[in-house]
Design a protein around this ligand. Structure first.
Ligand SMILES: [Ca+2]
Ligand SMILES: [Ca+2]
Length: 489
């Protein structure tokens, strides 16, 4: 007869005790760990951080400011044309809001106005030009980014001297651009994206041909390898405005790219925070499946009138909405976003881009409301931060926590509901310290074009930071890094 193993009664008693204790603690939840929390507060639990660090929050900034249609535009009064001094001012604005990254467009014809020769594998460098006005502006922007530690994505916009289907010619031109960037020591250029919004712009014989675009990406990858350049740059692919095309690109190209991105102009105010987070989760899953991270290369609200204007550009609510998109996408796993765009400027004599965080020179480079909102996120987060998602089942309240590389912490909470909300961030990793509070609220909106100043200092009590976030407002909290107590966090 087999001898049956019998568990001693004392062990069973201990096991039951442990299980019951765990259940009790779980039931008491935050109230157990944070006994001083106000009972009606919505608890914003800071749990585990994502594996993907923050790639950065930034903007689109295209190299147009020192092109003739900005410096000598006949439709502008002479005093409203852009000067070198204005360029420096715009750099100072970008520096003040603490952007981590810019995306910058360039056209192949700017450097290769005529095909260098008929062999894409043999380059005639004499045929390339580097004193074109946009390229000169681009280099000035790169000088600034290099100095300030701002990362750059270079995206081509079409406009090649050869047909789009000439994949090897296209790739040769991109390789020559990258060689020049390396030669000039611009280590700030970390990514290249071939072709802006192929989902509507990549046309072969007038028809969008994604298969041909994907083939173009494969040829670029292999030519970068052939020229010993592939390890010197990350490919950031997709750039689609239609998410279905982004997902198809990720499926199709698999592990070809280190980064996959999407553009987001999907949202207007009624959208729930949950819907945005879930959409970001879906896109991130596709990127992760290929060992890549997911970024948003362009975003803005779904209030687009045309490529240059939107119906809500000057409104307070747009600032709240773009901040919600950023917070919700980060919560869903997207590792960074770039708002379109830094400042108004001309893209041709009669084409004025008018959705900037800042307005054009004739309006004194004045900040729009959205600048005051988005800059709280760009200024108080740093590339490389650990992202602690706060996933809530709330349609109109979202929040996030980040731990920056300098060990400072940033919390953001946005209340797009019709009532004020009492909230408590509960963070076991940060038990004490003082946080500066910054509030984006319509009644207290500044007019000086500088980022919002702190209006209060709040104390963290045993891991809890409690506050009220008013209806239609965003609160950002930043742990003062010069505070001795923060080092214990
Ligand atoms: Ca060529
Ligand atoms: Ca050639």
């Amino acid at each position: 007869m087999k001898k049956r193993f019998k568990i001693p009664k004392s062990i069973i008693r201990i096991a039951v005790l442990v299980i019951v204790s765990v259940i009790c603690i779980a039931a008491m939840d935050w109230a157990f760990f944070y006994p001083q929390a106000r009972t009606d507060d919505l608890i914003l639990e800071v749990g585990k951080h994502y594996k993907d660090r923050l790639d950065g929050l930034g903007v689109e900034w295209d190299p147009m400011l020192l092109a003739s249609y900005n410096t000598a535009n006949p439709t502008l009064a002479p005093e409203d044309c852009v000067t070198e001094e204005d360029f420096e001012k715009v750099c100072a604005m970008a520096e003040e809001i603490g952007i981590d990254k810019i995306r910058c467009f360039w056209s192949e014809s700017w450097i290769e106005p005529v095909n260098d020769n008929d062999d894409p594998h043999v380059t005639n460098y004499d045929a390339f030009v580097w004193d074109q006005e946009n390229i000169l502006t681009l280099f000035k922007q790169l000088d600034f980014c290099q100095k300030e530690g701002i990362k750059v994505n270079l995206t081509t916009w079409g406009g090649s001297p050869f047909p789009i289907t000439e994949h090897e010619e296209y790739a040769e031109c991109m390789c020559v651009m990258l060689e020049k960037v390396i030669e000039k020591g611009y280590t700030c250029v970390v990514e290249m994206t071939p072709f802006n919004e192929p989902c509507w712009a990549y046309k072969v014989d007038g028809v969008v041909d994604m298969e041909d675009h994907w083939q173009s990406c494969r040829v670029l990858d292999s030519m970068l390898k052939e020229r010993g350049l592939r390890k010197k740059i990350k490919l950031n692919l997709s750039d689609n405005n239609y998410s279905l095309d982004s997902m198809r690109t990720m499926e199709e190209l698999g592990r070809l790219a280190e980064i996959y991105n999407t553009h987001s102009y999907d949202y207007i105010s009624p959208y729930s925070d949950t819907a945005m987070t879930e959409f970001s989760q879906l896109l991130t899953r596709y990127a992760h499946k290929n060992g890549a991270i997911h970024l948003v290369n362009e975003f803005g609200p779904n209030t687009v009138i045309n490529a240059m204007t939107s119906s809500d550009t000057d409104t307070y609510k747009r600032g709240l909405l773009i901040s919600r998109v950023a917070v919700n996408f980060l919560n869903g796993g997207t590792a960074g976003l770039l708002y379109w765009c830094l400042t108004d400027q001309y893209y041709g004599v009669g084409s004025r881009m008018s959705v900037g965080l800042y307005q054009f020179k004739d309006k004194g480079w004045e900040a729009r409301p959205q600048l005051y909102a988005y800059s709280l996120l760009t200024k108080y987060t740093q590339a490389g931060a650990k992202i602690y998602p706060i996933i809530l089942d709330e349609a109109h309240l979202c929040a996030i926590a980040l731990k920056n590389p300098d060990r400072s912490w940033t919390y953001a909470v946005i209340n797009s509901d019709t009532v004020d909300m009492d909230v408590s961030f509960a963070n076991p990793h940060l038990r004490s310290g003082k946080m500066d509070r910054y509030v984006y609220c319509e009644e207290t909106l500044p007019t000086d074009s500088h980022p919002i100043r702190s209006d209060a200092v709040l104390k963290i009590n045993n891991g809890l930071l409690s506050d009220t976030v008013r209806s239609q407002c965003m609160n950002v909290y930043h742990l003062r890094s010069n505070d001795e107590e923060t080092k214990n966090g």
